[in-house]
Write a protein that binds this ligand. Sequence first.
Ligand code: KIV
Length: 317
Amino acid sequence: MSATPPDKVRPVTTATISALKQARRPVVMITAYDFPSGRLADEAGADMILVGDSLGMTVLGFDSTLPVTLEQMLHHTAAVTRGAKRALVVADMPFLTYQVTIEEAVRNAGRFIAEAGAAAVKVEGGVAIAPTVRRVVDSGIPVMGHVGLTPQSIHALGGYRVQGKEAGPALRLLADCRALEHAGAFAVVLECIPAELAAIVSRSLEIPTIGIGAGSGCDGQVQVLNDLLGMGEFTPRHAKRYAQIGDEIRATIARYADDVRGGTFPGEDQTTHMDAEALAAVEAAIEGSAPPATEPAGATGAATAATPDAPSDNEWW
Ligand code: KIV
């Protein structure tokens, strides 16, 4: 019996991402949540695709990332990795799948690699999460950190607001990033921090920083796909709407609805016809047939008679 060949390694690896920083070339990362968005982001040339737990808001209709489950993230990550052939796919570990014990974190991170085909996982937090990052990395799983505005801590942070504006929090954020680097993280997301702080952090670290709402001094950028496409009701300040796909989708579905109601869809182009001979045979068979019995065969007496409301042979079709 021949052995199953291992999955081919994707062209973009963590070494590629690190080399981009050395070459001072910006890293491009975008979120995706399903097969088509994974395929399109890949074909568009993104270096990394993040299956973000922003899935909770963009796809599942929650008002935060907190309710997103491990099973939901695995399901969507597997769809993205089926679509993305080249980019490095990073899966977000959802709330409480890595904070409780290190053992659980390793096991759950492993599921993203083994079951969903991701090449790396992302976790939120700095110094406090560094021992977990170390163990996951030591298990052979690349880890991306995430500091600044960390949406899984939204209640502790007191809202979606810029972090690290004062000297104390800014220095703590730098210490968090250093701890992540020291623990073996291959990159770190800086979310919603001042551009000056992001530039300092980016210069201080060997590993690439990937910014979102952190200015242009980061080594790369990540954005939520739905924000770029114009699919949501609200666009955060750090995002740029490159399209109005939401309007386009709504107008397209309205045109389809008009066509159905107006009787112009489906038209000839969307219709198949039966061979005339086969059609004649079907019609002849139907004309010669009796309406279906209302009682099982073998029933006796009044029960076998047609009910008063039953249509006649001619009315049946
Ligand atoms: O979940 C997500 O999409 C993210 C990005 C905002 C970095 O974590």
